[in-house]
Design a protein. Structure first.
Length: 47
């Protein structure tokens, strides 16, 4: 088995695990990791 095929198998196996981790890291780096407001979310009253 060549190094290329081993690397390809590792990428295929690890891609579903690494993709959310990369997205989360980008969100943390950009500061956009706030939860989305839901319709039932208690909003503070504006005076």
């Amino acid at each position: 088995m060549t190094y290329l095929s081993i690397a390809a198998m590792l990428v295929l196996v690890l891609f579903p695990v690494l993709l959310p981790a990369v997205i989360t890291a980008v969100h943390v780096a950009l500061g956009t990791n706030r939860p989305a407001p839901t319709p039932g979310y208690p909003r503070p009253a504006i005076a």
